[in-house]
Design a protein around this ligand. Structure first.
Ligand SMILES: NC(=O)c1ccc[n+]([C@@H]2O[C@H](COP(=O)([O-])OP(=O)(O)OC[C@H]3O[C@@H](n4cnc5c(N)ncnc54)[C@H](O)[C@@H]3O)[C@@H](O)[C@H]2O)c1
Length: 394
């Protein structure tokens, strides 16, 4: 099916755009990369050359294949030139809905009628981007993770009017690029990974704010006790506190009190320009490298609380028919390197135990974040408790 996809355009040549261009070209597509100046495009080409060089050095691709990939990339500041004969365009301009809508309208008039138009947005509405075109059935989300050359996951997102054929095509394309696609069946904010992560961040920020644990203590418990690759504060710094803050606001607007952000913890840092690793300081000081998270604090925080809110959010995604347990678990494992997906974790721990944990937290704090999703109540009511009863999420 993806044999039909021979020519592509990538709009935006920044952090994500140049990586996506490289991926497409390495997989044999002709790619036109677009940005607002030739200077930016040149910089992006340098980055692609550097990255392809690394792949050759590590013997992941051959020199001649790297050269052939480079030869398949052209750059332009003209949408018309880039999109005139494409089969697919992927948009990776800054995370701003108005800007993205303009880009989609321009692509719609420049690209042939059969072309698929995809957005790499982290969380904005695919349906709204689709409605800015005359082909909303051919508009979908294709959310790569940073760096796209290396991260295995792609979330493929269905907008309200996206056709199943478009979704199938993007799923096949993701596989052709060597990625594992997960499908987000509804245009829900945060999709899978950022939504589950948002819940876990909020729980950690609130626990810290209430003075129940230090940020080092939470991170030590999550890393050394829970087996996660990074603690939540460390990860937020790594992602960028401005991005975590913006995503947090979008989730709050979309889901209300369940995603009430702990503004007191993150807002002062964002306002002070302390955005995490990229600015040298955030929750931690990164100027001398990765922060040291002390091992001896790993009893400070109960990591089951992180799991409980993650599983609850996974349950909401399933309850809304936005994603399947397999896709949620795959998303969290490949998108953020979690040691286990929330659904499989719940099945092992017992869904009754998870529900009890949520009820206990809800009674203690009276916050919607902890209010159990009806799906969990339903499963427990039916004796669907996980592995021990033979049926749970799986
Ligand atoms: N950085 C990440 O970790 C990450 C991960 C997944 C998804 N995303 C999403 O990918 C998108 C791009 O993010 P990024 O980090 O690559 O941003 P970036 O700022 O690095 O790159 C954006 C590029 O778009 C260009 N641009 C701006 N207006 C344009 C226009 N009208 N036409 C063409 N090009 C234009 C900019 O000059 C810039 O080069 C965003 O929607 C973001 O949410 C980012």
């Amino acid at each position: 099916m993806t044999e039909k996809l021979k020519k592509a355009a990538v709009i935006g040549s920044g952090v994500m755009g140049h990586g996506i261009t490289q991926l497409l070209a390495t997989s044999g597509l002709e790619v036109a990369m677009v940005d607002i100046s030739d200077e930016l495009l040149q910089k992006a080409m340098e980055k692609i050359k550097w990255s392809l060089g690394k792949f050759v050095e590590k013997r992941r691709i051959r020199q001649e294949d790297a050269e052939a990939a480079l030869a398949r990339i052209k750059t332009t500041t003209s949408y018309e030139e880039a999109a005139k004969d494409v089969d697919i365009a992927i948009e990776a301009v800054p995370e701003n809905l108005e800007l993205k809508k303009k880009v989609f309208a321009k692509l719609d008039s420049a690209a042939p009628p059969h072309a698929i138009l995809a957005s790499n947005t982290s969380t904005l509405s695919i349906s709204e981007m689709g409605n800015a075109t005359n082909r909303p059935d051919k508009v979908a989300g294709m959310h790569f993770f940073n760096p796209p050359q290396l991260m295995a996951l792609v979330e493929v997102i269905k907008g309200e009017k996206t056709s199943q054929e478009t979704i199938n095509m993007l799923v096949e394309l993701a596989k052709k690029l060597g990625k594992t696609p997960v499908v987000v069946k509804k245009d829900v904010r945060g999709f899978i990974v950022n939504r589950v992560l948002g819940a876990v961040f909020n729980e950690a920020f609130w626990a810290f704010h209430r003075g129940e644990a230090t940020k080092e203590g939470i991170d030590a418990s999550v890393k050394y006790g829970g087996g996660f690759p990074m603690g939540w504060f460390e990860l937020a710094d790594f992602v960028g506190l401005d991005i975590a803050y913006e995503v947090g606001k979008i989730l709050y607007e979309a889901y209300g009190e369940r995603f009430k952000p702990c503004a007191e913890v993150i807002e002062p840092l964002v306002k002070a320009g302390k955005l995490g690793q990229k600015t040298g300081v955030g929750f931690y000081d990164w100027t001398k490298g990765r922060p040291r998270i002390p091992f001896n604090l790993m009893e400070e925080y109960d990591v089951e609380r992180s799991w409980a809110v993650a599983i609850n959010e996974a349950a909401w995604l399933i309850h809304e028919d936005a994603a399947t347990p397999v896709d949620i678990d795959t998303g969290m494992k490949l998108g953020t390197y979690w040691p286990s997906g929330p659904c499989e974790y719940a099945d092992r721990a017992g869904i009754d135990a998870v529900l009890n944990k949520l009820k206990e937290l809800y009674a203690k704090y009276n916050m919607e974040l902890y209010k159990p999703c009806p799906l969990l109540e339903d499963y427990v009511g039916k004796g669907r408790l996980g592995k021990k009863t033979g049926r749970g999420f799986y």
